[in-house]
Design a protein around this ligand. Sequence first.
Ligand code: NAP
Ligand code: FE
Length: 366
Amino acid sequence: MNINFYMPTKVIIGKECVKNNAVLMKEFGKKALIITGAGSAKKNGSLDDVIDVLNSNNIEFVIYDKVMSNPTVKCAYDGAEFAKNHRVDFIIAIGGGSPMDAAKAINLLACQELTEEELFEGKFHQDIMPMVFIPTTAGTGSEVTPYSILTYDKIESKKSISSPLLFPKLALLDAKYMINLPMTTTINTTIDALSHAVEGMLSIRATTLTNALAIESIEKITECFEALSEKKLDFEQREKLLYASMVAGMVISHTGTVAVHSMGYGLTYFKDIDHGRANGLLLVNFLKLVNKHNKGMIDRLLKAMNFETLEDFDKLLNTLLGEKETISKEEFEKYAAIAIQTNNIKNCKVATTYEDLLDIYLRSFE
Ligand code: NAP
Ligand code: FE
């Protein structure tokens, strides 16, 4: 056995966990930078809860609410300027993967002088502010990963910054903020989490421990398949998905993702398809390819999802994802050419070629 597991984030899950753990904020400093998207944190109660907690601890704060979905490199530099101008001590990110990922890059750039190339190289000195993450989608697991994924026009795709410095100190998970999360976002983010667990198992870096976590995540998501298909989730199911997404985040912290994610980035970059949806559209056809080489692994995944065959899984995903976009063969050729160059491809137990990736794209949109 060969296991090296590092997960330095304190994770607290439960209703009212932000207010109930107010005292924990004190240790991070006297002035906070709150990073959010444009609207949801103001509407779902999370921003108000955080402001109450900061006020009760006499912690000053400023708010940067300009993070868009799939945050850009420019957004990270702009946020860092804002952080430097306001001389903050720590960062609180509230929202989905976009504000959480942006917060990590903003933090790095506020503390270190880095060019765009250096930002993605991952060689940093140790300066970083403490971070508290409050996820309000159940998908990315960014609250427990050392990754920040930014839209990078230079490579016409999305690219990951990876460093142990990017683990938040504290993650507070309260499903009450997700009660009104639109069903499309709920489905897409759930599929992202599922894809993390599945891809993690197919990574060359998978271990007994990460596989156990992946199966735990897949089983919990499976328990919500019916509710997702019926588009009706209660608080317990929302909480289960939030937990499963966090567990899947722990998986990819150690394994990384494989071809599905790198192929999905093309769909998001060029077609503005939501991150989780992009993964979901490609997942089954990627697994069909894996099945030719490693049937045992696919059988294990199917068992965890209570499916007999990959076709059963395909049916569920088709129900959840609805009508597919129309994309030309020439466009897929371009996306496959970009995806084949990514590290994710080499990270998979099953080797894939450009032709394989193109075939997966074409079959997935038939
Ligand atoms: P997102 O882009 O963060 O949010 C999607 C939408 O949901 C936004 O319009 C947001 O509104 C809204 N929203 C968020 N929480 C809500 C709530 N509780 N109620 C109502 N609306 C809510 O989507 P995401 O799928 O969570 O994150 C995707 C990003 O994460 C991508 O950039 C992806 O590459 C990245 N990612 C990172 C990792 C990692 O390990 N770091 C892993 C996978 C994916 P507002 O904009 O108004 O907030
Ligand atoms: Fe993802």
